[in-house]
Design a protein around this ligand. Sequence first.
Ligand code: NAD
Length: 497
Amino acid sequence: MHQLYIGGAYVPAASGATYESINPATAQPWATFAAAGKEDVDAAVAAARAAHESGVWRNLPPAERGAILNRVGDLLVERQDEIVLAEVQDAGGTFRKGNIADIPASMQTFQYFGELIANAELSRTDEEFVPVMSRNVVKHEPIGVVAAIVPWNFPLAASSWKIAPALAAGCTMVLKPSPYTPASALLLAEICTEAGVPAGVLNVLTGPDAELGAALVAHPDVDKVAFTGSTKVGKLVMSNAADTVKSCTLELGGKSANIILPDANLDIAAMGAAWGSFFHSGQVCQSGTRVLVHSDQRDEFVEKLVAVAARITVGDPMDPMSTMGPLISKQQLNTVERYVAIGREEGARTVCGGKRPEGLGDGFYYEPTIFVDVTNDMVIAREEIFGPVLCVMTYSSEEEAIAIANDSPYGLAAAVWSSDVEHAEAVADKLEAGTVWINDYHLLNPKYPFGGYKQSGNGRELGPEGLRAYQVTKHIHVGQPAEDPMEKHYFMILVDL
Ligand code: NAD
């Protein structure tokens, strides 16, 4: 049984409650976890608050914090097999994804923030004469206790995106993984302790109770909320944080456009469109599920796209030959089935997929699905499906492609495929999205900020912007001591001197 991680030690939930995490590939429980409640929220926040107040972490020289984060990156690689095994059973991502994407991305995130904080300019000083002679110090201090709440699609990477910058900044935190995927958060906490992060700095609460996240967001001793999840829950988080005026970083949903310009190599673009939509069964916030192709090229492009989809091997995520695993849960499978039915009712047509694959037992598998005859006003083009469902839409001019791409409540990402990269950059400038790829998709580097326009979120993770999200800025005005009130001439606004 896996326990909660509070104050540097494993502890059971105060109530003694437990729950089981289901392996999406088998639909069977694979491990038992503690089910935290309100009392555990209080204990974890108290541990993080005490560690913050003690200064044990924030007063360490930044270079020392950086070295510890660097070590976390090394340990992630040392324990790669164990982490990937846990993550695959918990989240259903493939063995390939775990080894090629999740571990390197998480390792790089810790090492990037380790390096960044070791060299960061955390304060600057200016001499000024306006409005009076003064020395001015501007400091970027750790914001305090962070509640980090993450979803189930990239449990390890999403947790790393929060832990690394928060710890780099000198914050302490309580991490709440998704109820579906608690395993890797606990392993990360263990690794952080092994690397030298002091007790109480990183605490982890597992549990299925929807109130857990809400209690953390509302907690008066939490200074900041870093949330990744759906736009629906993100709105709740924002309103629940209002009462205590907490800073919130929100990484939310998406419905990203993937524009194939007429001069693109259609073979590569078809592969790029499939990669952009079907990676991790489409359970990726930035998935490029609205594929825009010129109407004259639609048929040729769709033929190529269907051929790429046929090369995807849906199967047991533990099998290194599988390239697409199951969806996370029965509920998510039902959601995808419901959207496919809606798409058909709306008049769109599936040219492949549109059903569960045969012969894969009770796992939550779904075939890569391609819709054509989609228009941007359809539900399947407007709402995030979060499954392997790609919508092909057509345009007749570049202006129209850009207008369709921007006609969405979301603005997380977009892509442009073209043989003329300068021209593609000009198109990228017109897209309302936080990340725009040209001739690539899904590729991220922790050096560069990630986040949404519009209802895809607030604030940025990664990059120097991602560090700032965990800092609060203080200005210290150092005035001259005086003997005579006349030296403080501005007093005369209030009293005659
Ligand atoms: P979700 O919004 O249902 O849950 C996210 C997390 O919030 C979970 O840990 C959940 O337990 C917790 N939660 C639930 N109710 C809460 C409340 N009232 N207050 C605080 N926390 C609460 O999302 P999900 O289904 O786990 O994940 C899929 C969603 O995440 C998709 O919409 C996807 O686009 C989004 N996502 C966004 C990004 C990004 O970077 N923008 C990355 C990954 C996933």
